[in-house]
Design a protein around this ligand. Structure first.
Ligand code: RB5
Length: 145
C-alpha cells in the first residue's frame, strides 16, 4: 500500500507521529508537506493529495489540520475521494469497512498524537466489506459520474 500524507501548520505533530507509525508498519508513503514555517492554506495540501489518490498514484491518503474539517471538505471535492474525518477508533474501523474511505482526515487541535496513531493504525489495517456497502458506495460514484 502507498500512502500520500500531508498537513497544514495545525497538523504538523500528528503528521510526524503517523509517519513514524508507517515506518514501523513498513508502509510506504510520501510526505507532501507542509514545511510549516508559516501559516499555510489547507486546500493547497488537501487537493494535491486527493488528486494523487483519485488518479491511482497512491492507494490512500492521510490529511491533518487543526480540526480535520477543512482538509476533509477540500479532499471530498475531488471526484472519487471518500475522505472520512475520524476522531475515534470505532469510526476509524467502520469507515473502511462500510464506506471504503480512501482518505483519513484528523484534527490535531481535537485529539492527541497517541489517539491519532491508534486511529491511523486501525484505518490502515481495516478492509472494505463490500456487499451491500458496495451498492451504497456505488450510488455515490454514480452521482459523481
Ligand atoms: C488553521 O488555523 C485551521 O483553520 C486549519 O488547520 C483547519 O482547522 C481548518 O479546517
Amino acid at each position: 500500500m502507498k500512502v500520500a500524507i500531508a498537513s497544514d501548520h495545525g497538523g504538523l505533530h500528528i503528521r510526524e507521529e503517523i509517519k513514524m507509525l508507517m515506518d514501523e508498519l513498513g508502509i510506504s508513503y510520501e510526505d507532501f508537506g507542509c514545511e510549516c514555517s508559516t501559516s499555510v492554506d489547507y486546500p493547497d495540501y488537501a487537493l494535491p493529495v486527493a488528486e494523487k489518490v483519485a488518479n491511482g498514484e497512491f492507494d490512500r491518503g492521510i490529511l491533518i489540520c487543526g480540526t480535520g474539517i477543512g482538509m476533509s471538505i477540500a479532499a471530498n471535492k475531488v471526484k472519487g475521494i471518500r475522505c472520512a474525518l475520524v476522531h475515534d477508533m470505532f469510526t476509524a474501523k467502520v469507515t473502511r469497512e462500510h464506506n471504503d474511505s480512501n482518505i483519513l482526515a484528523m484534527g490535531e487541535r481535537v485529539i492527541g498524537a497517541g489517539l491519532a496513531r491508534e486511529i491511523a493504525r486501525i484505518w490502515l489495517g481495516a478492509d472494505f466489506e463490500g456487499g451491500r456497502h458496495a451498492d451504497r458506495v456505488k450510488k455515490i460514484t454514480d452521482y459523481e459520474a
